[in-house]
Design a protein around this ligand. Structure first.
Ligand code: ZN
Length: 353
């Protein structure tokens, strides 16, 4: 059964190019945080010496860890372990075990944390409330109090570091790279002028032309009272929320993706709106950092929405109509099973001399 009755054609007539949306990315609405120096060529040199490192990726619904064998200019993942949990239940006990393993085997540690960070300290989380309460009580939410020698950054930063090294290993020049996550939330990072920079691409206001279904749920992050890009683009706060508003039914991303692939009209409109808004966010970020409009700029697309073939094609189509439409588009799934975990392994040794 479709939803052809609950959406009009006028609502799904999305404009291809909305300059005002891209202009909003050139304002103070776009929060940017330089995190650390990063150069993919330097990272590759750090992969020359043979040693093992411990990489950890804390995601919203699973915690992955693996030992990587580094050496000979490359890295190889070994004995990966996955803990699935809701709210981060059991994460701390798992991290304590990993800390003992790193200590016993004298492993350097890299941690990708899908949370808002201030250095090695978690300051905000949406998906991991149970973990944060425990972690704050025992370690002040500071990873370095548990792992003395760890390098920690959020997943957008670890993802771009991992993806850039994978690109470099394939001979692709990765000086101008943007990494964009479209999953339960939206996030981004860039490498620009030798720095890895976290770019809060989600929390910029969305213009009415790219909000045809009339999302009114405000951003809410740090007091922002406008509707942000995430409210139309993200899976949970955008697509799933708008679907519930329209139909009164709660469906998860897996069910909605199946309806999208089957051609349901309402769900197609939701994903097409998401793709169009995300393309504008990407073009806004590339414009902000004055990346070249050529394949010398690489956009790495990451996250659950890109597991949907129709969505991958739509975002590529939409980007091609925008400024920076000549950038090279790569999907992280084609580079590696987990670029965030790869990035954690690389950053475990990046700071060495
Ligand atoms: Zn927001």
């Amino acid at each position: 059964m479709g939803h052809d009755d609950v959406i009009s054609n006028a609502e799904i007539a999305l404009p291809a190019f909305v300059p005002e949306q891209i202009a909003l990315y050139q304002t103070d609405h776009l929060l940017t945080h330089p995190i650390c120096p990063f150069d993919p060529a330097v990272a590759r040199r750090r992969l020359a010496t043979r040693r093992d490192v411990l990489a950890i990726d804390l995601g919203g619904d699973k915690l992955r860890s693996a030992v990587y064998a580094i050496g000979g200019g490359t890295l190889e993942k070994r004995d990966e372990q996955v803990l699935r949990a809701r709210g981060g239940a059991g994460y701390l006990a798992c991290l304590e075990r990993l800390a003992r393993k790193a200590d016993t085997r004298d492993l350097r540690v890299g941690i990708s944390s899908a949370t808002k960070m201030a250095g090695p300290v978690i300051t905000r989380t949406v998906n991991l409330p149970l973990f944060l309460v425990e972690f704050r009580a025992r370690y002040g939410a500071d990873y370095t109090r548990l792992f003395g020698n760890a390098f920690v950054a959020n997943d957008t930063v670890m993802g771009i570091c991992g993806a850039s090294v994978r690109l470099a290993l394939r001979g692709i020049d990765a000086r101008h790279v943007a990494f964009v996550i479209s999953a339960s939330g939206v996030g981004a990072s860039v490498i620009a002028d030798g720095m890895a920079i976290h770019v809060e691409a989600a929390h910029v206001p969305v213009v009415p032309a790219l909000n045809p279904l009339g999302q009114t749920t405000p951003c809410g992050v740090e007091g922002r009272d406008y509707v942000c890009i995430e409210g139309v683009a993200a899976a949970r706060r955008g697509i799933e929320d708008l679907y519930r508003q329209r139909t009164g039914e709660a469906k998860d991303g897996i069910a909605l993706a199946a309806l999208y692939e089957a051609g349901d009209q309402l769900v197609t409109a939701l994903y097409e709106t998401s793709a169009r808004a995300l393309a504008h966010a990407i073009a806004g970020v590339l414009t902000r950092y004055a990346f070249p409009d050529s394949p010398a700029s690489v956009v790495v697309l990451h996250g659950g929405n890109f597991e949907i073939p129709r969505y991958r094609a739509q975002v590529q189509h939409d980007l091609a109509a925008l400024p920076h439409g000549h950038a090279r588009v790569v999907f992280s799934r084609d580079l590696s099973p987990n670029v965030c975990l790869d990035g954690a392994a690389v950053m475990a040794v990046y700071g060495e001399r």
